[in-house]
Design a protein around this ligand. Structure first.
Ligand code: ADP
Ligand code: ADP
Ligand code: ZN
Ligand code: ZN
Length: 752
């Protein structure tokens, strides 16, 4: 069997006929600036072709249920193995998905409780909050209940006649309002606050009598229904999926999410919660930090239970091993960050005994403090040593260091990239004359002088999640880095507490841009109207013709360029539209040209090329903001949905650059950035600060910490061992700190 995956003539996206050999059963790290083509090789070529070929091995019946992949643009890929992509797409999942269910550890623990706990509630299913035999009947195993918020539903100071009932459909004069006002049971001119306890109970929950109402069509006897019962019948007991958007919004406006009183949030019924092992029930176990649960399991020595306990423990130790020991099994997966999600997925794969696979990772170091990168590396090495091929897209030199083989993409981004500029061992990369090689050789020094804060934005007594009554001041007019190991409380402090206290702060995150699949960089930065006007004027036609959302659209795909096939239980599948071949416009539009180029040609231009092409001043100014954030390699018409998290964050930044006096909050802005791009980013943040803004970054990258004016370091460790301020001050002062992990790695970085 061949020892290499051999790629010949890859041409996806910006790749320029790339041919490569990737050694099997080894770790290969793909490096290069963002937009150089790393993902195009690894995800769009290797992973897609593997999935496609794998799907072809199934019968046509099964194939109907699988996503359809188009053959990537590549001449050949030989000796490919089955690829497993471990990316940072949020795990999402509904409220029933927790760390415990997703890793399957909870199911082992359920078996343990059913066999070893006393008194037993029955089989393992009796401990499942997703099974009727185990779930709390009041909240259906969700742990929370949605209830009407009376203070939003009723204006207590008003009477029925004055419009005390604020719920939809109950406006004064409506027949539904008459049900209360004309019931004869209430003083319709008395403020609700002054009602007797009985009257109040009647208004809220009354039932079992009828009210004679005068309707246009005559009189009728209507059943009385208290407003709480009415609301829950109309809005809460319904299947929300079947409710209209408007109704759902209305429901959300008048409800609060409360802990379920019956189970106290434990999700389980009384029988399940009564079972104990060593004095603790299964909900107590699930609420414990994983690292502590490992110890509890270690104390179980009963010969029947010990093997199960050992199995659960082994899995939990993998979580600890990857730096997630601060999570608890009951944590809902929808609240995890992309990096945490990716590491959980790694744990799941490590548990599998399949070998001979190709694992593909997308910047697995995201969210990890340098201290924890070592643990991540161990996991990657273990995957390889089990007999798998490991491909990693990564910017962190500490991860590059464990590579058996490196492929450096470049020389630059977009059309200036798309080549493999270096292939070989990591040691020689350090000497290579490529951007990555040069960056590995250089050292960023600590900043010489630090800006003096203009003022302070205090936060006091912060106690959300793991924060231990934190008092801290965020300086204004400077660049602040918030540091600390994963789980120490950085996001909680910044995104949770600070933004709550200072809602005017501008949060620039990596989340999806709230725009449709039709958005492009050009529409996002607001140049499309001008572009269309230029085309319309030059050709004496209507601007709408140059919009794929309007009269210019290809009729077949309605201007999407793609045909979507929605598969209920999988990612939707897209194929290129046959009619316009992905161009999105109908053919006639293409005949109208400006300087010899059609609208499709223009949308295919990178921002850099467009800056040469156009002359309109306002348009150029907007394009230049893309240059400021290092995104000129994007084409004007590429779907925003194809951008990485880091790119999304930077394009959001691009549209907000020209403000002053604002507070900006960025969560790990170096995600997806090559060392060379980090310089551009820091220069940009510096410009924001120099223009009179304050910038606060949650960041692990030492090159950013070294360029910051102020550091707030959280810790000392993760979860309940964190949540305190370890250090506040300048990076220079941080250097001398005896305990901070960040200080340790800052010293290491400067000594290297
Ligand atoms: P990297 O992974 O190195 O950041 P990518 O492989 O994602 O780079 O991108 C390489 C080039 O291809 C970039 O210019 C990028 O904008 C472009 N590109 C990536 N995906 C798409 C897409 N779906 N449509 C058009 N262009 C794309
Ligand atoms: P960092 O940003 O430093 O990695 P976080 O602020 O994400 O740390 O987490 C700090 C602590 O708060 C951890 O113990 C984490 O498990 C907990 N935590 C964070 N988000 C949530 C949440 N939505 N629900 C419950 N606990 C949370
Ligand atoms: Zn409950
Ligand atoms: Zn089409």
């Amino acid at each position: 069997m061949s020892k290499n995956i051999v790629i010949t003539g890859a041409r996806e996206n910006n790749l320029r006929d790339v041919s490569l050999s990737i050694p099997k059963d080894k770790i290969t790290v793909f490096t290069g600036v963002s937009g150089s083509g790393k993902s195009s090789i690894v995800f769009d070529t290797v992973a897609v072709e593997s999935q496609r070929q794998l799907n072809e091995t199934f019968t046509s019946f099964i194939r109907n249920f699988l996503p359809k992949y188009e053959r990537p643009q590549v001449d050949a890929i030989d000796d490919l193995s089955v690829a497993v992509v471990v990316d940072q797409k949020p795990i999402g999942g509904n409220v029933r998905s927790t760390v415990g269910t997703m890793t399957d550890i909870y199911s082992v623990i359920r078996v343990l409780f059913s066999r070893h706990g006393t008194p037993s509630a029955g089989t393992a299913a009796a401990y499942s909050f997703n099974d009727p035999s185990g779930m709390c009947a009041v909240c259906d195993g969700v742990g929370r209940v949605v209830a009407l918020d009376l203070d939003r539903a009723i204006d207590w100071t008003k009477s029925l006649d004055e419009g005390a009932l604020l719920l939809p459909g109950l406006s004064v004069g409506s027949w539904e309002w008459s049900l209360y006002a004309d019931s004869g049971r209430f003083d319709r001119t008395k403020p609700i606050a002054e009602y007797s306890a009985e009257d109040r109970e009647l208004l809220l929950h009354g039932a079992d009598f009828k009210v004679r109402l005068q309707l246009k069509s005559g009189s009728a006897d209507m059943k009385f229904e208290g407003i709480v019962s009415r609301f829950s019948r109309l809005f809460l007991k319904r299947d929300t999926a079947a409710m209209s958007e408007k109704r759902r919004e209305a429901a959300a406006r008048f409800t609060v999410d409360r802990l379920c009183e019956a189970c106290g949030g434990a999700r389980l019924n009384e029988a399940a919660l009564a079972t104990r092992i060593d004095g603790l029930n299964i909900a107590d176990w699930a609420a414990m930090e994983v690292a502590d649960l490992v110890e509890v399991l270690g104390r179980i020595d009963d010969p029947v239970a010990a093997p199960l306990a050992a199995a659960a423990r082994e899995r939990l130790e993998r979580l600890v091993g990857i730096g997630l020991g601060y999570l608890s099994l009951d944590r809902e997966t929808s609240t995890l960050s992309g990096g945490e999600g990716q590491r959980l997925k790694v744990v799941r794969h490590l548990g599998s005994s399949l070998t001979g696979l190709t694992f593909i990772f997308d910047e697995p170091s995201v969210g990890l403090h340098p201290r924890d990168v070592g643990r991540l590396n161990e996991l990657l090495i273990r995957l390889r040593d089990k007999g798998n091929t490991v491909l990693v897209v990564e910017h962190d030199p500490d991860v590059m260091a464990i590579a058996d083989h490196v492929v450096d993409m470049g020389p630059k981004a977009g059309t200036d990239g798309g080549l493999a500029v270096y292939e070989g061992p990591v040691e020689l990369l350090k000497e290579a004359d490529t951007l990555t090689g040069r960056c590995l050789r250089r050292r960023t020094p600590l900043k010489e002088s630090f800006r003096t804060p203009a003022g302070w934005l205090p936060v006091t007594g912060a106690d959300l999640h793991n924060l231990k009554g934190v008092d801290v001041r965020f300086p204004t007019g400077v660049l602040t880095a918030v540091t600390g190991v994963a789980g120490s409380g950085k996001s909680t402090l910044v995104s949770g507490v600070f933004t709550e206290a200072y809602p005017e702060a501008i949060v620039i995150d990596q989340g999806a841009i709230g725009a449709s699949s039709r958005s492009t960089p050009a529409s996002y930065i607001g140049v499309m109207d001008t572009v269309r006007r230029i085309f319309a004027k030059g050709n004496g036609v209507q601007p709408g013709l140059f919009s794929f959302n309007s009269s210019g659209a290809c009729a077949e795909c309605s201007g999407r360029g793609l045909i979507y096939t929605d598969l209920a239980f999988m990612d939707p599948v897209t194929t290129t539209c046959q009619s316009c071949e992905g161009r999105r416009f109908h053919d006639e539009v293409l005949e109208h040209r400006v300087k010899g180029r059609s609208i499709v040609d223009v949308l295919d231009m990178t921002a850099a090329v467009a800056m040469e092409f156009f002359e309109d001043k306002a348009l150029l100014r907007k394009l230049r903001t893309l240059n400021d954030v290092g995104l000129t390699y994007l084409t004007l018409g590429q779907p925003l949905s194809s951008l990485s998290g880091g790119e999304r964050q930077r394009i959001k930044l691009a549209t907000r650059l020209h403000r002053t006096g604002s507070v900006y909050i960025l969560d790990e802005p170096t995600t997806g950035l090559h060392m060379a791009d980090v310089d551009t980013l820091v220069a940009l943040l510096d410009r924001l600060v120099d223009a009179g803004n304050s910038v606060i970054c949650v960041e692990h990258n030492m090159d950013v910490v070294k360029r910051a004016d102020w550091v707030i370091d959280l810790g000392p460790d993760g979860g309940k061992h964190g949540g305190e301020i370890v250090f506040e001050g300048t990076p220079r002062q941080l250097l001398d700190h005896p305990e901070s992990f960040t200080a340790t790695y800052l010293r290491r970085d400067l000594a290297a």
